[in-house]
Design a protein around this ligand. Structure first.
Ligand code: ATP
Length: 359
């Protein structure tokens, strides 16, 4: 079984604390993506699961079995690296067979597994080529094939698409998702790429400075970030941040006064705020509408992407610039004033001191 449990896991490299008290439950068959800024501990966590790195303290169990003392080979995991890590002097077929031969698998079984993996990945035509005779995308498919033939309980992927060009990334991303649906094996995937995280994951784990900040489905994290860090990390362009004060309306709703006659309505818990309390309001660019009753927004410039437009500008009294999204073509003149309002129920409210969502 490919379930994974990390309990109170810590990892230090000398005086550097790379992971701090990490607790994580991954269910068998889940596709879990680790994201976080550079240096937050994603690769270290993956390498610990693989058995390539020891833990300083805590527990790690795969399929209910404590694996902390087991070698990588004994853990029933297979890892796919960004660099492919293929043997250059061996043919594709030999690259696929090599690990199984070392484990003394019978020739028939090896051939059957290679045939099945090659079929799944459509690499049959290349089985007799050397890695240097393949494109980057084909090499990555072979690297994935080498993981598949081992029939692991858990696949680990360390930024497998980052060496591919944009079009091939999209294609390979879809292929890995399809493989996951077909095989239903647990996959743990490290990436810097927001789109990969949002589109591939059953669950995203957001890490910061060696700690787990939040775990949830992509939409849970996007719609209900538990703190400002998660809110700012997921979504591109990032969430807008406005400073304001909470006002509890007659209908007991929390409204946010950001220094304009119009108040911004939120779904924050009225019990979690006191009247007049300083708060931070978060609004994603796509959740601003143009509205005559809205807040005055001075346009600086815009970026047209063809099907959508981002407009950059300023709200009076706010130090941070604000970005709004409009579908289609939209070309407001620099210096012009638009009136903008957050969509109902799309305003996030945070405590500026604790940075936690007031939900
Ligand atoms: P990136 O996205 O840049 O690959 P990451 O999130 O994968 O980063 P890690 O590579 O896991 O981060 O590193 C986590 C922390 O541990 C960093 O501060 C890093 O400098 C440190 N670190 C990682 N490996 C070692 C090592 N072998 N020796 C000392 N420090 C290390």
């Amino acid at each position: 079984m490919g379930d994974l449990k990390l309990s109170n896991l810590n990892k230090s490299f000398g005086s550097v604390a790379a992971l701090n008290d990490v607790n994580l439950d991954v269910e068998d068959g889940d596709f879990v993506v680790f994201v976080g800024p550079s240096g937050c501990g994603k690769s270290t966590l993956l390498r610990i699961i693989a058995g390539l790195e020891d833990i300083t303290s805590g527990g790690i169990a795969i399929g209910g079995r404590d694996v902390a003392a087991l070698s990588p080979a004994e853990r029933k995991i297979a890892m796919v690296f960004q660099s492919y890590a293929l043997y250059p002097h061996m043919s594709v077929r030999k690259n696929l067979a090599f690990g199984l031969e070392n484990l003394k698998f019978k020739r028939d079984e090896i051939e059957a597994r290679i045939a099945e993996a090659a079929r799944m990945l459509a690499i049959e035509p290349y089985l007799d080529r050397k890695p240097r005779q393949l494109s980057g995308g084909q090499r990555q498919r072979v690297a994935i094939g080498r993981a598949i033939v081992r029939e692991p309980a858990i696949f680990l992927f360390d930024e497998p698409l980052s060496n591919l060009d944009a079009a091939l990334r999209v294609q390979t991303r879809a292929e890995i998702t399809r493989l996951h649906r077909q095989m239903k094996t647990t996959m743990i995937y490290v990436t810097h790429d927001q789109v990969e995280a949002m589109t591939m994951a059953d669950k995203i784990v957001v890490l910061r400075a060696g700690r787990v900040e939040q775990v949830g489905t992509p939409l849970e994290l996007f719609d209900h970030p538990r703190n400002l860090f998660v809110a700012g990390f997921l979504g591109s362009p990032r969430m807008n941040i406005l400073k304001g004060r909470a006002v509890v309306g007659d209908d007991c709703r929390v409204l946010v006064d950001v220094g304009h006659p119009a108040l911004l309505a939120s779904d924050a818990d009225p019990g979690a705020v006191s009247a007049g309390q300083e708060v931070v309001a978060g609004i994603r660019p796509a959740h601003f509408m143009l509205s005559d009753e809205g807040l005055p927004f001075e346009v600086q410039y815009h970026e047209s992407l063809g099907t959508e437009t981002y407009v950059y500008g300023n709200l009076q009294g706010q130090s941070e610039p604000v970005i709004i999204h409009q579908p289609g073509h939209f070309a407001p003149a620099p210096g012009s004033i638009l009136k903008i309002m957050p969509e109902q129920q799309r305003l996030h409210v945070f405590d500026p001191a604790s940075e936690l969502a007031l939900a």
